[in-house]
Design a protein around this ligand. Structure first.
Ligand SMILES: [Zn+2]
Length: 90
């Protein structure tokens, strides 16, 4: 009987390990890793106005300035029409 309990314990530990691994992989594939070590010139994401501090997931150099974006979607949006977004905030 004791053996059975041990077995259940081991299985649940294994399951837990697998689940957390899966979770980490999912986070990475969604680009969840922030580039917190990167210092960007813009305080706000020009596209969605999100604070770039601790939220930079993509960067772009435009007119010698390093712009940070919360996601590659915002970066792409900015690339389509940089002046539109820059004139809004400056
Ligand atoms: Zn954004």
């Amino acid at each position: 009987m004791k053996l059975k309990i041990d077995y259940v314990l081991v299985v649940s530990v294994i399951m837990l390990t697998f689940t957390s691994c899966e979770f980490k992989q999912k986070e990475n594939s969604m680009g969840g890793e922030t580039l917190s070590h990167v210092e960007v010139d813009n305080e706000l994401d020009p596209v969605c106005n999100m604070h770039t501090k601790d939220n930079v997931r993509d960067t772009l150099t435009y007119q010698k300035k390093l712009y940070g974006f919360c996601s590659s979607n915002c970066k792409e949006e900015f690339q389509k029409n940089p002046n539109k977004y820059l004139s809004q905030n400056q």
